[in-house]
Design a protein around this ligand. Structure first.
Ligand SMILES: Cc1cc2nc3c(=O)[nH]c(=O)nc-3n(C[C@H](O)[C@H](O)[C@H](O)COP(=O)(O)OP(=O)(O)OC[C@H]3O[C@@H](n4cnc5c(N)ncnc54)[C@H](O)[C@@H]3O)c2cc1C
Length: 337
């Protein structure tokens, strides 16, 4: 008699959960993704896959910049396999810091060209978050279950997930719950790690018009083109998890974007939204196994680069589940905290 082991359960259908589910499923594992649905940080994001700009603006270490580059390098094949539309357009910085940013990019090995107060790089890419989420979700078909996991219990062969009115058995669990709280039933070590994750509210505005053909960044704001219109982003408000757009932030972002573009934008046509990013103490994701939790894996806390690092986190998590050594595992290992 053959017995089929239960699927791997991925809790959370943001970019990290869906990328992990896609990676595991294309390696031949049975997966099930559980999420209540609705907006999340991944759907609100601008979709920039931006190793060069993010590394220069955020002043990351050379090791972190190498992870950003590795994340970007996985995208073309990953996007093609998952049906995600990937755009290669230049990314531009406008403003007095162009020289400093050019130096930082150069020191980190990213190519860029400068002209007075502008800096342009071809290192960065862009996806459309909603199209990408939809494409990833549709590769899962019926494996996406709508619901919130209310409690986890260990079993002889894995974990039992308790949802409202339903229980699901899983051979392993990937926690990809964003900036959400620890699910009751997780081990003390997982609770400790989840409690270390800082929520950072990000506000972003969607324009119906498209004032730029490629990403333009500058002091206090960026404007990124989208399939329909553009987005103006984004605030970083540590400690905030509310999703209410704040009028003062909207005004500041719009004014900064107008200064960067050198043209007025119509406040009346902007639809403001907010999402909450989860950030680990060093700003890099927590990906992989946890010492006291057999069969439970983390895919959490990518701060403001969840889209950039989605395929990389997925690779590290899938390798951890398969018990394989992964070249980036140490840098993202939750045990570093
Ligand atoms: C304004 C803004 C702009 C951004 N722009 C960019 C960008 O340009 N490029 C980039 O790389 N990153 C960007 N980011 C960051 C990026 O969006 C995040 O890092 C990323 O979305 C985090 O993904 P996640 O899967 O960890 O979390 P989320 O997208 O928040 O997904 C977590 C999911 O888990 C589910 N969940 C939680 N608890 C449970 C439970 N108990 N049971 C079932 N499901 C549960 C939630 O419902 C949610 O759907 C931006 C973020 C914001 C807010």
């Amino acid at each position: 008699m053959t017995t089929t082991s239960p699927p791997i359960a991925i809790i959370g259908a943001g970019v990290l959960g869906l990328c992990a589910a896609f990676e595991l499923s294309r390696r031949g594992h049975g997966v099930r993704v559980i999420d209540p649905g609705g907006a999340n940080a991944s759907s609100v994001a601008a979709g920039m896959i931006a190793p060069a700009m993010e590394a220069a603006i955020d002043q990351v270490t050379p090791e972190q910049a190498a992870l950003f580059r590795a994340g970007r390098d996985l995208w073309p094949a990953f996007a093609q396999a998952a049906g995600v539309a990937l755009n290669a357009r230049p990314a531009e910085w406008r403003g007095p810091q162009a020289e400093v940013l050019a130096e930082r990019m150069g020191a980190l090995g990213f190519a860029a060209r400068r002209d007075d107060d502008t800096l342009v790089t071809d290192e960065d890419l862009q996806i459309e978050p909603e199209q990408a989420l939809q494409a990833l979700r549709s590769t899962m078909g019926a494996a996406v279950v709508k619901g919130e996991v209310l409690r986890l219990e260990p079993t002889a062969s894995g974990w039992r997930l308790n949802l409202d009115g339903m229980t699901l058995e899983a051979s392993a669990v990937v926690l990809a719950t964003g900036a959400g709280p620890a699910i009751p039933g997780v081990t003390p070590e997982i609770r400790r790690l989840v409690d270390l994750i800082q929520p950072i509210k990000g506000q972003i505005g969607r324009l119906r018009s498209r004032p730029v053909a490629h990403v333009v960044r500058g002091p206090g704001a960026y404007v990124a083109p989208m399939e329909a219109g553009a987005v103006v982003g984004a605030t970083m408000q540590p400690g905030r998890r509310d999703l209410e757009p704040d009028p003062a932030s909207s005004r500041r972002l719009l004014e900064a974007a107008e200064r960067v573009l050198g043209q007025p934008l119509d406040a009346a046509e902007v639809e403001w939204r907010a999402g909450v990013r989860g950030a680990s103490p060093d700003g890099m994701p927590l990906a992989g196994a946890v010492p006291d939790a057999q069969g439970m894996f983390l895919a959490l806390a990518p701060r403001r680069n969840g889209w950039l690092l989605g395929p990389l986190v997925a690779e590290v998590v899938a390798d951890a589940i398969e018990g394989r050594a992964s070249s980036h595992a140490a840098a993202l290992d939750p045990r570093r905290f």
